[in-house]
Design a protein around this ligand. Structure first.
Ligand code: ADP
Ligand code: ADP
Ligand code: ZN
Ligand code: ZN
Length: 746
């Protein structure tokens, strides 16, 4: 078969400078280059966008009348595209109804297997689905979780009834006195010394009568166990119907726990009693994937052989991509960005699409160096099925697997947008580009380590897979927490450590800014200073220069674009017809500051703004943005268009001025080119030298080499991890026998 090519001529999206490319089809193509050089502008805004637009053109004229025109990317010609499948790091939504099993299409096959082989026979496949009324547990409506009360929070067991052991809110003093007056308890006995029967009577008893002495008469009074009463008053009824005051009082005592009937399995008892080789479907769904595949292989039944083969193959894909520590029942909304992307990838490996363009955005995110080769094997597999695989990537070990490399640069923003090299990997190593140079040299291991000024202990941590972990986190130094995916790094730091240190500054990749009007200027507070400066010079109200004021374009409400919701497809945004994207009314645009309108200012890059502004309030904020390597961003760029890595650096920039704090960063190298990492290391060191404690979860060997202290988790993922296997300096880590991280550092 003759080699075919995707052809792009004269691309000019964002910072692209009239770029032309010929990309060989059915190969692995990597886009490299510093962040902001234009990789996404080419791959997502040009290639993927055009492929989506063409898809629209396939609809009949009739349907197209209901669709808006999909904006054509700025390019002279884009030819010979295939359908695009975009596998990005957006979290998989779908709430708790979406699980790893449903997202990978493995659960439906497992359900069919139970309806075919399970004993006793329970029905057809729907009976095994928690999304289906036939299968769901009716106690929790298939959620597996239910709001309950923490009984220990309602009483103080170190006291007796007379000493005021009942501390539950919303129980009247009259009701409280009833427990003492019932005569069924020793009112001076501490609750901790109660027998099981006494405790059950105190907490769980349903309504019953007792005689209450009032003066010299006896009256019938009614008694209810404390939990029973609390439940009746506050939980059995819709919590929304309670008054705001009552709700605030009661809510801290409620906790979301496993459903008491199905114990979290989500299915009704008929479905749960149906078993294969002693396991019900919930048992199998709760197993880690590498254990589950062994159980499935043991099932011997010729009639079900094709189903067993399909299941084994799909589970094997999850293992190959390094997700062997997940279970099928894991809700997808609890997965990290990297895990979400790998789950999506597995779905495509399971499917049978051929000759499509698969487009990946940094698929190595969250993967330990040990697991990167597995990712490479899957990219190769997709290619060998006859697909074109296009990848934006920074990881040197992933870049190696490319058949064709497009290196963009030379720098970011307006100083980027060109192709500085295209061709083979071997050729890139010879090329004099930032990527080529950095691939050739590795940073040296740190030799002088800072001494801790104290320690922040974590004791007996057991969250998720943590196996009773106790560890000291040193104060005043740079600590890097390492370990394979699923080993427990986030559980230890994000779930345990941060709960003890709520004042810590957390810098993660979660999107910043909920409003579509936020941008770097509003986020960092620069916008407030700029508005005031415009108002003072022009002697008008500062409010005029805000996107959500009467000065904003009334057609787009200051957004600069209008959104059209397509229901079943992703929404489409078009530039506003009235203001042409400038966001303000003409009369507001007529006011200027040193010759620039407010729209001109929002169109400046950070670097341009640094030259333009001399305001002492604005300068340090702009400088901080520049220090984290974001000088190519425009002040008015919507935060929703920033990548995870850019969001992280924006947060970093606005937190840099704090002193004496704890900083926690989760994979800060995401989205960073090898050369950007110098910047990041400088910032981290500056924070530590300024008296802060910095804790970083990271796989990147260059960051590990520069740590003062390393905490290595493992040895494996899931059940096979959850322990601290090494603590010490990078020098000492070199000699650690059982650490996988150590092997890769050598
Ligand atoms: P990379 O993917 O290499 O990190 P991008 O293609 O995302 O780089 O960005 C290239 C340049 O275009 C940067 O200066 C970036 O800020 C700018 N840019 C990207 N998206 C937008 C947008 N929606 N509006 C304005 N500028 C943008
Ligand atoms: P790492 O950060 O090292 O990749 P994690 O701390 O995220 O590891 O995960 C450790 C273990 O805990 C894994 O088995 C993972 O599947 C499990 N886990 C993490 N978060 C959750 C959660 N929200 N619900 C259930 N299990 C979880
Ligand atoms: Zn239930
Ligand atoms: Zn407008």
């Amino acid at each position: 078969m003759a080699q075919e090519y995707i052809e792009i001529r004269g691309a000019r999206e964002n910072n692209l400078k009239d770029v032309s490319l010929r990309l060989p089809k059915r190969t692995i193509i990597m886009f490299t280059g510093v962040s902001g050089s234009g990789k996404s502008s080419m791959v997502f805004d040009t290639i993927a966008n055009e492929a989506q637009r063409l898809l629209f053109e396939n609809f009949s004229m009739f349907i197209r009348n209901f669709l808006p025109r999909y904006p054509q990317p700025e390019a002279e010609a884009i030819e010979n595209l295939n359908m695009a499948v975009i596998v990005d790091q957006k979290r998989l939504g779908g709430g708790s109804q979406s699980t790893v099993g449903t997202a990978t299409d493995i659960s439906p096959v497992l359900r069919m297997l139970f309806s075919r082989l399970g004993k006793p026979y329970a029905g057809y496949a729907n009976v095994f689905s928690f999304n289906d009324p036939q299968g769901m547990c009716l106690e929790c409506n298939g959620l597996g979780r239910k709001i309950g009360i923490d009984p220990e929070a309602l009483i103080d067991a170190s006291k007796s009834l007379n000493e005021g052991a009942i501390i539950a809110p919303g129980i009247s003093s009259w009701e409280r006195d009833g427990y003492v007056a019932s005569g069924w308890f020793d009112n001076d006995k501490k609750l901790a010394d109660y027998t099981a029967e006494e405790m059950d009577l105190l907490l769980n008893s349903g309504p019953r009568k007792y005689k209450l002495a009032v003066g010299n008469k006896e009256m019938n009074a009614s008694y209810e166990g404390l939990l029973y009463r609390f439940n009746r008053k506050y939980i059995a009824r819709d919590i929304q119907t309670l008054s705001e005051r009552t709700r605030q009082k009661v809510e801290p005592f409620l906790k979301l726990g496993p459903c008491p009937l199905c114990k979290g399995a989500r299915l009704n008892q008929a479905a749960l009693s149906c078993k294969i080789n002693g396991y019900n479907i919930a048992d199998l769904s709760a197993m880690e994937v590498d254990e589950l595949v062994e159980v499935i292989k043991e099932i011997e039944d010729p009639a079900a052989a094709p189903m067993i083969r399909t299941l084994t193959e799909r589970l094997q894909h999850l293992i190959e991509i390094g997700l062997e520590y997940l279970s099928l029942d894991r809700a997808t909304d609890t997965l990290s960005g990297g895990e979400s992307q790998r789950v999506k990838m597995v779905k495509h490996l399971n499917g049978s699409l051929v000759d499509v363009m698969y487009i990946f955005d940094e698929p190595s995110v969250g993967l330990h160096p040990r697991d990167v080769h597995r990712l490479n094997e899957l990219l190769v597999k997709l290619r060998d099925k006859g697909n074109t695989v296009i990848v934006v990537e920074h990881d040197p070990d992933v870049i190696k697997v490319a058949d064709y490399i497009v290196d963009m640069g030379p720098y970011a923003g307006s100083e980027g947008g060109r192709i500085v090299y295209e061709g083979s990997y071997a050729g890139l190593l010879q090329a004099d580009t930032l990527t080529g140079n950095y691939l050739l040299h590795t940073r040296p291991l740190k030799q002088a380590f800072r001494q801790a000024k104290g320690s922040l202990p974590v004791v007996h941590a057991t969250v998720n897979n943590l196996k009773d972990v106790s560890v000291d986190i040193p104060e005043g130094v740079l600590t890097v927490v390492t370990g394979v995916a699923g080993s427990g790094k986030s559980s230890l730091i994000n779930e345990v450590f941060l709960r003890q240190h709520r004042d810590a500054v957390v810098i993660d990749q979660a999107p910043v800014g909920v409003s579509s009007r936020s941008n770097p200027a509003t986020y960092t507070g620069i916008m407030d200073d700029v508005r005031k400066a415009f108002a003072a010079v022009n002697r008008v109200d500062a409010g005029l220069f805000s996107f959500n004021s009467k000065g904003a374009c009334s057609n787009c409400q200051g957004l600069g674009v209008t959104y059209t919701d397509l229901g079943f497809l992703e929404g489409v945004k078009l530039p506003c017809e009235v203001c042409g994207g400038r966001r303000f009314k003409d009369e507001v645009l007529a006011y200027t500051l040193n010759g620039k309108s407010i729209a001109d200012v929002l169109g400046m890059t950070v670097r341009q703004a640094l030259e333009f502004f001399t305001l002492k309030e604005v300068q340090p904020k702009l400088q901080a943005l520049s220090d984290v390597g974001l000088d190519y961003l425009t002040l008015g760029q919507p935060l929703s268009s920033l990548s995870g890595g850019e969001c992280q650096r924006l947060k970093l920039a606005s937190e840099l001025h704090k002193r004496g704090s704890i900083y926690v960063m989760d994979e800060p190298t995401t989205g960073l080119h090898l050369s950007d990492i110098d910047h990041l290391l400088t910032i981290m060191n500056r924070l530590v030298d300024g008296g802060n404690t910095v804790i970083v979860i990271e796989h990147h060997l260059d960051i590990i080499r520069n740590a003062d202290w390393i905490i290595d988790m493992g040895p494996g993922g899931g059940n096979k991890g959850g322990m601290v296997i090494f603590e010490g300096t990078p020098q000492e880590l070199l000699g650690a026998k059982h650490s996988l991280t150590s092997q890769y550092l050598r």
